[in-house]
Design a protein around this ligand. Structure first.
Ligand SMILES: [Mn+2]
Length: 480
């Protein structure tokens, strides 16, 4: 935040205290999600996520409480640069005056929080699917809680109070779809008497994502006054049993799909009237999605020129979808490079697709090759190869024992539901493919040396045998 921002904050501080003295009996809650800090690192768009976050925080300066339902960071191990920028911005919220007090935890030991966690405007956050790590490893949202910047929830909650009015916020961070219902049943969250009750989650709700097989709103716990979901990047508003449901949407477009063109913003709700406002971010890079059937160079250039002529503070992103083969996309990109970020989405011809695949295989990083090897070994030992992501993550973090016990638990057939596994996997694959120039791969390849034994299988069966005496763990415990 610059000097103007700080001055602005001072004014808002005073305004805040004035407002709370005349309107003591309700809380104003600010909600935004899926910031994806670190997205586009090393590209022209690398500051977009921070600009959006800063603007969302600026707009929240007169809020009593900020809720972020997941995907604050774009990856589970963000770079120190990303962490530093995030902390710098969050610090502005800690030093603000605010009357909201943390009263109690719901399944969360608040005595373990530092006093700093409750300074300034409280921020309550979930971790999203982008930040999820195997149990026992600290994800970046949990790290932010340890640093005092926010309160992290996962199958628990907190009660906050302002001038006698209480708000209970309960939340479940991202879990694999196949485990959600079971975890929710085990957690069994209930609204708290005498509070305005908020339920937060970070899952794909099928009704709002065009995927009827995904989780339904009817499976969410009843009786809450407000439901908030992250994960779906298009902001939307609906109801559950007459109570508002806010699908916060993302602060930046990450997938550059047709759905990503709409406005981004911050939601505000007050606990007295449940009135909801969506406030658009104003300083964001514009994103255009343009469709063409034919590879008509002239028509495409005409459209690009027309969009550019509208005038933009930041170079707009123009995504061009062509149902045809192109020969000149590089030429076009270079020609308008100083005026727009142009990206093409085209239907590749079959031979190109084969060539692209082969190239991709050649480019597999060491880490990816190790993953491939591990997956093959799991198959060879008749173990479920779908659990390899978790196993691999544990191994790369040097948690071999944990990896083995997880493998052991996944052998327990009761856990694995082959059908939902498949659905979940397809969804993830799709997501990965849709993400456009995503230079965070750089961060992903900063890998540790993979522990050889497990991956190369020399002691694979022996290690598994060693675990025979240890008690079975249920697979969902990894996420609960
Ligand atoms: Mn997201």
């Amino acid at each position: 935040m610059d000097h103007a921002g700080r001055g602005n904050r001072e004014i808002k501080n005073r305004f805040n205290l004035f407002i709370s003295s005349i309107l003591p009996y309700f809380m104003r809650i600010s909600i935004f999600s899926d910031l994806h800090l670190g997205f586009g690192r090393g590209t022209e768009r690398e500051n977009d996520c921070f600009d959006a976050f800063e603007e969302a925080l600026e707009k929240s300066l007169d809020a009593d409480l900020i809720l972020i339902p997941g995907d604050i960071f774009d990856i589970k191990n963000p770079s120190t640069e990303t962490m530093a920028k995030a902390m710098e911005l969050l610090l502005n919220m800690i030093i603000i005056k605010n009357d909201v007090k943390l009263v109690s935890g719901i399944g969360k030991d608040i005595s373990r929080l530092s006093p700093v966690n409750t300074f300034g405007i409280p921020i309550i956050a979930l971790h999203g699917n982008h930040e999820r790590k195997a149990k026992g490893l600290i994800n970046p949202v949990q790290a932010m809680e340890k640093a005092g910047f926010l309160i992290h929830l996962h199958c628990n909650g907190v009660v906050l109070e302002k001038n006698g009015e209480r708000v209970a916020v309960q939340g479940i961070s991202s879990v694999p779809d196949k485990y959600f219902t079971e975890i929710l049943k085990e957690w069994n969250p209930k609204p708290v008497k005498g509070c305005f009750n908020i339920f937060m989650l970070h899952q794909i709700l099928g009704e709002f994502f065009g995927s009827p097989d995904s989780l339904k709103t009817s499976s969410l716990p009843p009786g809450f006054d407000l439901y908030i979901d992250g994960d779906i990047h298009k902001p939307q508003q609906s109801t559950i049993n007459g109570k508002p449901l806010i699908i916060a949407g993302s602060l930046i477009p990450t997938q550059l799909s047709e759905n990503d063109t709409g406005p981004r913003g911050v939601w505000f709700i007050d606990t007295e009237t449940s009135s909801i406002r969506f406030v658009r971010l104003e300083n964001q890079r514009k994103f255009y999605f343009e469709k063409f059937e034919k590879a008509d160079k002239e028509a495409i250039e005409k459209r690009i020129t027309e969009i550019i002529s509208r005038g933009h503070k930041k170079k707009p992103i123009i995504r061009i979808k062509v149902d045809d083969k192109l020969e000149w996309e590089k030429e076009i990109k270079a020609k308008y490079d100083d005026k727009a970020i142009i990206s093409f989405k085209q239907i590749l011809k079959e031979e190109d697709e084969i060539r692209a695949k082969t190239l991709e295989e050649h480019k597999l990083s060491v880490q990816e090759l190790a993953k491939k090897l591990l997956r093959e070994n799991l198959e060879k030992f008749n173990l479920n190869p779908k659990v390899f992501e978790t196993v691999f993550e544990l191994i790369t973090e040097g948690k071999n024992e944990d990896a083995l016990s997880f493998l052991k638990s996944s052998v327990n057939k009761s856990v694995i539901n082959a059908k939902s596994e498949k659905a979940d996997h397809t969804k993830q694959d799709k997501k990965i493919k849709e993400v456009e120039p995503h230079d965070d791969n750089k961060e992903r390849t900063e890998h540790k040396t993979v522990s050889g034994d497990l991956v190369s299988n020399m002691n694979f069966d022996k290690n598994l045998k060693k675990l025979e005496e240890k008690p079975d763990k249920r697979g969902l415990e990894r996420f609960f």
